[in-house]
Design a protein around this ligand. Structure first.
Ligand code: PMP
Length: 361
């Protein structure tokens, strides 16, 4: 008997069960090809059709305008932290970054290797519990782009308003909330995301870049990270992560069948509300993030009495609620409730939190 848990991992994360079942049913013989998608040429007709359908469906989901390119790359979001300056920042140039916590700082540190970083705003003054309002930003007049981390996976802070940076391209690391809600792509110059949270398995990186921002890469930019090179080659300058693209494509189909991003957003809002309501109910649990900026998909919380952490996690595991331990940088708990986490999983967690409080509160 197959036994599936409610997996609250931040990533690699739970995937929709119908996607896994479909992949299983097609594993040995993909549509009469006599082979698995893993085993076929990335330039053959079967895989080309998979890739094209995945891109088309992603374009439909996010309503990606025609003047944007979709790239399916390797290297994760952290490779994009280098690719962004290598593609957009001229030698001797300046870029603005907004510091909202752990992942923003990773982007900032990488950006500093390639030029001057102006930290336009930071929420360090309140331990990264809010999104600095745009009115407080101090942007450089020379900046080539403005970088934001639109969902802080560890801190649990999410942008709900998209900043307006005028003619300066806005660049977003959207790794942990892409596809969790509609996104106005036209407001961004570049959106990038590691797939392993809300898109598919690890190994794939999605980059959505405005055409006009390709073709500016620095001489030393590795060709595999060069947006123009990869766009021209349909992301096949080198071998793409074929099986991950296939699974991402199945996930896009699943999302479309759910009614698209507006529909999944409604589910995500309801899930997040149920979980935060429990966290806030009595003070036994806590989440420090300003209410308006609380992430709908990355939900860190603490037990006020930390000595109960292990008992909480052990009991959760016995109920089939796994991967709830918080990131080592912050401790406590974290429930990642991406698209693939069903409402029933959140309800089971809330019910465990109540029972645990009743016996330990
Ligand atoms: N940015 C964010 C917001 C993340 O959550 C993560 C992964 N947890 C990363 C970047 C790093 O991504 P990758 O491991 O795909 O390079």
């Amino acid at each position: 008997m197959t036994h599936r848990v409610f997996n609250f991992s931040a990533g690699p994360a739970a995937m929709p069960e119908p996607v896994l079942q479909r992949a299983q049913s097609e594993l040995l013989d993909y549509r009469g090809s006599g082979m698995s998608v893993m085993e076929m040429s990335h330039r053959g007709s079967h895989f080309m059709a998979i890739r094209d359908k995945a891109e088309a469906d992603l374009r439909t989901l996010l309503a990606i305008p025609a003047d944007y390119r979709v790239l399916f790359l390797q290297g994760g979001a952290l490779a994009q932290n280098a690719a962004v300056p290598l593609n957009l920042l001229p030698v001797g140039g300046v870029a603005d970054y907004v510091d909202t916590g752990h992942w923003a700082q990773k982007s900032i540190a990488e950006g500093r290797k390639y030029g001057e970083v102006n930290v336009a705003a930071s929420s360090a003054d309140a331990n990264y519990t809010y999104v600095p309002p745009q009115s407080s930003w101090h942007r450089s007049p020379r900046a080539s782009y403005v970088h934001v981390t639109t969902n802080e996976t560890i801190g649990g802070v999410e942008y709900f308003a998209i900043p307006d940076t005028g003619d300066v391209p806005l660049v977003a690391d959207a790794s942990s909330h892409i596809l969790s809600r509609p996104f106005d792509v036209a407001r961004f110059g570049v959106i990038y995301a590691g797939a392993q949270k809300n898109v598919g398995p690890a190994g794939l990186t999605v980059v959505i870049v405005r055409d006009a921002l390709t073709g500016r890469a620095r001489r030393e930019c590795p060709s595999v990270l060069d947006y123009a090179v990869q766009a021209k080659a349909d992301s096949m300058f080198n071998t793409p992560p074929t099986f991950a693209i296939y699974l991402a494509g199945l996930t896009f189909e699943w999302l479309l069948a759910q009614g698209g991003l507006a529909a999944i957003e409604r589910v995500n809002v309801a899930k997040a509300e149920a979980l935060y309501a429990e966290i806030d109910r009595t003070g036994f649990y806590g989440n420090p993030v300003r209410k308006e900026d609380r992430s709908r998909v990355s939900v860190p919380f603490v037990l006020r009495d930390e000595s109960l952490n292990d008992a909480f996690l052990d009991g959760a595991k016995k109920r089939g609620l796994t991967q709830l331990k918080g990131h080592r940088a912050v401790g406590g708990m974290r429930a990642s409730i991406y698209n693939a986490m069903p409402r029933a999983g959140v309800d089971a967690l809330v019910s465990w939190m109540r029972d645990f409080e009743r016996t330990h509160g």
